[in-house]
Design a protein around this ligand. Structure first.
Ligand code: C5P
Length: 208
């Protein structure tokens, strides 16, 4: 059987990461959280005192990705959220990260989640899912995660950060966040993780 690619896109805190991990385990596929690539590039730019919106600096870091450490534990801070969104709007940064993502799935298929997996990275993916949820629900989820991590941001600040990032991701010219024409769209505002998984697994099974 040809290795299958499951492409999962959607805005921040839509539940796509949880769903992607569950699908990867259920269908025995490797999983890549592609947001980590943009986060690690952003983190490296910040570590070097650079401006994440500077194309030359951000692109140099993206080209050095092979040496970057995706396992760093300081990639999910509010500062990195915004810096990742800034580096992600630079077309040359996105181009530098394409081969890594495509090679990841080359031998055994994969589940990848991000913003442009079904539209740009794997337009031929066997299954494309676009996961959404209302801004309020997403803010609640992200706020709860941040509290567990020990961050002190208020719910209002978390909601505002998500709204800014979503707007930037949707309106940028390089690979804007949008569902592929053939994506299954799933709104998880009123769905728990089990129901979201059941719906997605049914679509995957249809494609096998
Ligand atoms: O998914 P996560 O919130 O970790 O992604 C961080 C940022 O990286 C997003 O706000 C988005 O700007 C960018 N990103 C992207 N394309 C992807 C994955 C993430 O532009 N495939």
């Amino acid at each position: 059987m040809k290795p299958i690619v499951i492409a999962i896109d959607g805005p921040a805190a839509s539940g796509k990461g949880t769903l992607a991990r569950r699908l990867a385990a259920a269908f025995n596929l490797p999983y890549l959280d592609t947001g980590l690539l943009y986060r690690v590039v952003a983190r490296r730019v910040l570590d070097h005192g650079g401006n994440p919106a500077d194309p030359a600096i951000a692109t140099a870091q993206a080209r050095g990705l092979g040496r970057l450490d995706l396992g760093r534990d300081d990639l999910r801070t509010p500062e990195v959220d915004l810096a990742a969104s800034a580096v992600a709007s630079i077309a040359a940064v996105r181009a530098a990260l394409l081969d890594f993502q495509r090679n990841f799935a080359a031998s055994s298929g994969a589940v990848l989640d991000g913003r442009d997996i079904g539209t740009i990275v794997f337009p031929q993916a066997a299954v494309k899912l676009f996961i959404t949820a209302s801004l309020d629900v997403r803010a609640q989820r992200r706020f709860a995660e941040r509290q567990i991590q020990g961050h002190t941001a208020t719910l209002d600040a978390v909601r505002a950060d998500l709204a800014v990032r979503d707007e930037a991701d949707r309106t940028r010219t390089a690979a804007p966040l949008r569902p592929a024409d053939d994506a299954h769209v799933l709104d998880t505002s009123a769905l728990d993780a089990d129901h979201a998984f059941a719906a997605a697994a049914a679509w995957v099974n249809q494609a096998l």
